[in-house]
Design a protein around this ligand. Sequence first.
Ligand code: 5GP
Length: 120
Amino acid sequence: AATLSDSPTIFDKIISKEIPSTVVYEDDKVLAFRDVNPQGPIHILLIPKVRDGLTGLSKAEERHIDILGRLLYTAKLVAKQEGLDEGFRIVINDGPQGCQSVYHIHVHLIGGRQMNWPPG
Ligand code: 5GP
């Protein structure tokens, strides 16, 4: 049965360019764009262009292994492109307790300031 988290999300409209975003990287599989509510000088979201059931990391299946690897590898490329040579933070929020708000998997790339550990 379809659940709320299977519904289209705002990221579909970002992929289709119906909603404008500042794209920093794009290929046939991955889109990377600046977060509208940045948590650092650099805050970029990396998403698969096709969700294919991957609403969040907790829904990952073996067929998603390639796209999961691509998201992380692309995050590294974008970090380099953005000049984050001193380091950066990668985050994947999952589910209510993980503070996920958009149910289309996304990798946060945050940098340009000193990060704290542990996170809140
Ligand atoms: P989550 O909380 O699900 O891990 O992250 C969702 C992220 O999407 C948030 O950081 C939020 O600021 C970002 N976001 C939500 N709507 C939009 C939008 O319309 N445009 C952009 N660029 N980012 C968005």
